[in-house]
Design a protein around this ligand. Structure first.
Ligand code: ATP
Length: 355
């Protein structure tokens, strides 16, 4: 078998609940050692997809292959994979060590070997060795998260599935754990398949991201591809604040803002493009002294300002529309609320999407 065979393949996988397809004709290959994240809004089918991949549910049609072998009907406990849940499912009233050693115990490993492995995993997960005898109920949320992951790794699975494990954790700790999870992925070289509704979380950790909408995978790519070349308005808006202008090709063959008729300079226009949207991320919009300083420029009124740590976000009202502009705090800008301002962007920083 070639080295490039995917560890996990989905072929036209579909799951019906009554007349509704929760997951609809998904084709996907996940590479050995990859950190693959499935993102999508609530109800898009992420959990259903993960449950089928983990063996907790069977597809209505299509195939799931593990290293080329069909595993559709193999239950979760017979698969060389492991799920880490949001609820963690740790054994309460047991110690950190007992929780981590559980998979080793059922496999019949001797107590000294179990303890040695548990301490090794605690080290990997940045849990102090003194926690070995600590009751898990006395651990913080973040520590419990690490215990759950250590226990999952103790199974030595070929693939780890993560069902929104960080969603119940406060923002600051979540940010720390995202980075730790990425480090752990690198150190263990395991295949991680992760679901979340937060694209921001997916961006930090993943090698590749699959965006789901209404049961379908609408785009698969690296975080950079998803961010800079979204293929639909839906994906572009899912990434965060964006400016979206309805555009169409006029009789002159040029691109126009569909509401104002304003001619817009654009990146190369796809041959079959007739109408759609121009997407510009806030950091590519800038305040200008005069309209000639950018390929495209509009005037408006500065009407709101938000401090976002190292960046400042502004809202600029242009006619009936609102543009979102972001700049780094250290970049000079003397505009005040209610000032008339000119904002602009260059053609190369705009993205054209057809929907
Ligand atoms: P969330 O982020 O809210 O968890 P999700 O993206 O994980 O959402 P799913 O839970 O996979 O979405 O649900 C996808 C669709 O399938 C939804 O419309 C849901 O109502 C439906 N669905 C999921 N499980 C069942 C079930 N057991 N019976 C009937 N419908 C279901």
């Amino acid at each position: 078998m070639p080295d490039t065979q995917p560890i996990l393949s989905l072929k036209a996988v579909r799951k019906m609940f009554g007349p509704q397809a929760a997951v609809d004709s998904i084709d996907l290959d996940i590479a050995e050692g990859e950190f693959f994240t499935i993102v999508g809004p609530s109800g898009s089918g992420k959990t259903t997809m993960l449950r089928m991949l983990a063996g907790m549910d069977t597809p209505t049609s299509g195939d799931i292959l593990l290293r080329g072998e069909r595993i559709n009907d193999i239950p979760a406990n017979k698969r060389p994979t492991c799920m880490v849940f949001q609820s963690l499912a740790l054994f309460p009233h047991r110690t950190v060590g007992q929780n981590i050693e559980f998979p080793l115990k059922i496999r019949g490993e001797a107590p000294e070997r179990r303890k040695a492995r548990a301490l090794q995993l605690m080290d990997l997960l940045r849990l102090p060795q003194s926690y070995y005898g600590k009751n898990v109920l006395k651990c913080s949320g973040g520590e419990r998260q690490r215990v759950a992951l250590a226990r999952a790794l103790a199974y030595d699975p070929q693939i780890l599935f993560f069902d929104e494990p960080l969603s119940a954790i406060d923002y600051k700790l979540r940010k720390t754990l995202e980075k730790e999870l990425k480090d752990i992925h690198r150190e263990t070289r395991k295949t991680f398949v992760y679901i979340t509704h937060s694209l921001e979380e997916a961006m930090v950790m993943s090698d590749r991201i699959g965006v789901m909408r209404a049961g379908r995978l609408v785009q698969v790519g690296t975080p950079q591809q998803i961010y800079s070349t979204p293929n639909t308005r839906f994906v572009s808006e899912f990434v965060g604040d964006v400016n979206v202008l309805p555009v169409s090709i006029g009789h002159d063959g040029k691109l126009h803002d569909a509401t104002t008729g304003l001619h817009l300079k654009a990146p190369p226009i796809p041959r079959d493009f007739v109408q759609g949207h121009m997407v510009i991320r806030p950091e590519f919009l800038r305040f200008l002294e005069s309209p000639e300083q950018a390929d495209n420029a509009v005037s408006g009124r500065l009407y709101n300002e938000y401090a976002l740590g190292s960046r400042i976000q502004y809202q600029v009202r242009v006619g009936d529309s609102v543009f979102v502009v972001e700049k780094l705090r250290q970049q000079p800008f003397t505009g005040r609320l209610d000032d008339e301002v000119i904002i602009g962007w260059d053609a190369r920083d705009a993205i054209l999407v057809t929907d």
